[in-house]
Write a protein that binds this ligand. Structure first.
Ligand SMILES: [Zn+2]
Length: 149
């Protein structure tokens, strides 16, 4: 019989998707932003672990994400993310054999996380626009000052 797991990518595939999205510009330390980071084996869930040569701290693919310290398995997160777009959390909980409250709490966490991500990227965009504006404004002022003597 097919189970929910048959409709989710295998963990290795999920992890490679996470890595592509998270480290698209190369792995950088999540604490000090150093690019001098070495691979240090894998954790129990299969996430790649990294050691930062800059600050000496270590982290993995899931650190500071919804996958961090979560009781849901990685494929369950992918199942939840995919299925919650079109189906009720109640039926997803049944598929996963999880308590509804547990799935609901994680779905809430996921939505907050995605919203925070969206806000962050929106702010980044706005800050870039602001910087261009400010830089242009300062140039204008400087020229004005020079022009004015
Ligand atoms: Zn570091």
């Amino acid at each position: 019989m097919l189970s929910a797991k048959d409709f989710a990518p295998p963990d290795e595939k999920c992890i490679s998707i996470i890595q592509k999205l998270r480290w698209k510009d190369g792995v950088r330390c999540i604490y000090c932003d150093s690019g001098v980071v070495v691979k240090k084996g894998k954790d129990k869930r299969g996430f790649q672990r990294y050691l930062c040569r800059g600050c000496g701290r270590s982290f993995n693919d899931g650190t500071n994400t919804i996958f961090d310290k979560s009781k849901l398995e990685i494929w369950e997160w992918f199942y939840l993310i995919k299925e919650s777009r079109s189906r009720s959390l109640y039926s997803i909980a049944l598929d996963l054999g999880r308590k509804y409250e547990h799935v609901w709490r994680n779905a809430k966490k996921m939505k907050e996380y995605l919203l925070a991500k969206k806000i962050a990227s929106k702010l980044r965009g706005d800050v870039e626009v602001d910087e261009t504006y400010v830089t242009a404004g300062e140039k204008g002022k400087r020229q004005g000052r020079l022009g004015g003597g």
